[in-house]
Design a protein around this ligand. Structure first.
Ligand code: AMP
Ligand code: ZN
Length: 493
């Protein structure tokens, strides 16, 4: 498909045509800190990144998608103070840090699967890349970008003149505003590259380094791992909005200072999922997980659909009603897709050009910085368009769903179990979701026979009473042509 893609680049604060420098396109996404369950806000970010990856694939690009696992070094405060979130999680649950990391990584990957998010090509773990991080800090030290304090090796942001550019920071104001909590840092924006293990306290995760026992700073993890697996500059770097000011700003500073080259070309950031009482934060413990959604009887794909109700750069307010409505919307869309489409009998029966033509408005919306609400509206209109043949709609839905990831053509409605029988002078068709047991069948036959008798006697009130009695048992009886009575057991027509 020959179509230009425009993406909003946080670096330039504008929509830019996407022209990758590499094949495959390198796409690095900041991954989870595995000290607790991912909340559905985190998952919104991974869904937006998945749509981007799926769109790139649909446009014909090859993609190398790397998502890191932060299993050390992310402190409770972004200002390099506080406890390591991993050690805190271990303490909370009375387990080792390694057990915590292993458990929450597994749960996270299950969330990804449930949401039909395509697996990353690589999932590098921070603890497997300590050597690369130490090497990068050594380079920075050699180039004069670091200094040592009582608790670690710090990056001197005053040595990197472009530091404030990316997040449009007002450094003077920041300096003036936060004299407290700086420790031995020279400047409020300086950040830890390597933290020393606290004196007299054995950490569960610590490594030898040229500066003494300790652990890496959180930001250096992403720089070291992205550069270990992707050629520089990265084509795309993604994350949530909260990462712009500190984490990504620091990634840029240390990476560019170390290599002397631009770090990443297109920066995409997803806005937050918010609760009516404010932001959803893992650290506060007050958050919703995908399991809580599932426990409420709502499918993970309904949450995916819910995320499509807002542009990824707009905040999305969570509500259970909104989520339920999205689930209903998805069920209706699937019903429409299954009833309005017909799988072509021969492959290639529908030309690629005609599919391109009917999907043009859909891809136009997607290529305009992934406008999902508009793209989804086009899917509805296409399915309802009487001028488009059912086979063309099928081929179009296959292509559209490769981006949407909603399983639109998968019929996961429970299959109906149908059995015909003739007994006691009545002909019945029983429709149910599982084969009905013999006692129930006997009861239905007996009631249907009484109903037939009542009707033969023209005793319609009695016949109607039996119909109502059946309804009370969750059974709908309906007369079909040819003297057959259909009984739908536990399913409404
Ligand atoms: P974390 O596991 O806390 O390191 O965050 C994983 C990803 O979720 C990062 O890209 C964050 O920027 C993003 N994120 C955090 N909170 C939210 C939220 N409420 N809504 C959307 N994304 C979020
Ligand atoms: Zn990161």
């Amino acid at each position: 498909m020959n179509r230009k893609l425009f993406l909003y680049n946080t670096a330039s604060r504008s929509k830019e045509e996407f022209v990758p420098a590499h094949d495959p396109v390198s796409m690095y996404c900041c991954g989870p800190t595995v000290y607790n369950y991912a909340h559905i806000g985190n998952l919104r970010t991974y869904i937006f990144e998945d749509v981007l990856k799926r769109l790139l694939l649909a446009l014909g690009y090859r993609v190398k998608h790397v998502v890191n696992i932060t299993d050390v070094g992310h402190l409770t405060s972004d200002a390099d103070s506080g406890e390591d979130k991993m050690e805190k999680g271990a303490h909370r649950e009375g387990k080792t840090v390694w057990q915590i990391a292993d458990y929450y990584t597994k749960v996270f990957k299950q969330n990804i699967k449930d949401l039909n998010i395509l697996d990353a090509d690589l999932w590098p773990k921070a603890t497997d890349h300590i050597a690369q991080m130490i090497a990068m800090v050594k380079t920075l030290e050699k180039k004069g970008f670091t200094y040592k304090t009582g608790d670690g090796i710090y990056f001197d942001t005053t040595k990197f003149p472009r530091y404030a550019e990316f997040a449009r920071l007002d450094i003077e104001n920041l300096q003036a505003g936060s004299r407290v909590d700086m420790g031995d840092k020279r400047s409020v924006t300086d950040f830890a590259l390597w933290k020393f293990s606290p004196k007299g306290k054995q950490r569960q995760m610590e490594w030898d380094s040229p500066w003494g026992k300790g652990f890496p700073g959180w930001h250096i993890e992403c720089s070291a791992m992205s550069l270990a697996y992707c050629p520089q500059p990265l084509d795309i770097h993604c994350g949530g909005m909260d990462h712009v000011r500190v984490h990504h700003t620091n990634e840029i500073a240390q990476s560019e200072a170390a290599t002397g080259n631009p770090f990443a070309r297109y920066w995409l950031h997803g806005e937050f999922l918010v609760l009516d009482k404010g932001k959803m934060a893992k650290s506060s413990g007050d958050f919703l997980t995908l399991d809580s959604v599932k426990e409420a009887g709502i499918s993970p794909l309904a949450f995916r659909m819910f995320c499509y109700s807002a542009h990824y750069r707009s905040p999305l307010m969570f509500s259970w009603d909104g989520l339920k409505a999205a689930g209903q919307g998805l069920a209706n869309l699937k019903k429409l897709a299954l009833s309005e489409t017909k799988r072509p009998l021969t492959p290639g029966a529908v030309s690629a050009e005609s599919v391109d033509a009917v999907l043009a408005p859909f891809f136009e919306a997607l290529c305009d910085d992934m406008n999902m609400p508009v793209a989804c509206a086009h899917v509805w209109s296409l399915l309802k368009d009487p001028a488009v043949a059912a086979e063309a709609k099928y081929a179009a839905m296959e292509r559209a769903d490769a981006v949407l990831g909603l399983g639109l053509l998968t019929d996961d409605r429970p299959q109906e179990h149908v059995s015909d029988l003739e007994r006691s002078g009545v002909r019945l068709r029983l429709v149910s979701l599982t084969a009905p047991d013999d006692a129930l069948v006997d009861k239905i036959v007996e009631m249907a026979a009484r109903r037939t008798q009542a009707r033969a006697n023209k005793d319609f009130p009695a016949a109607d009473e039996i119909r109502k009695e059946l309804l009370g048992m969750g059974i709908e009886i309906k007369d079909l042509p040819g003297g057959v009575a259909e009984c739908r057991i536990g399913i409404h027509s």
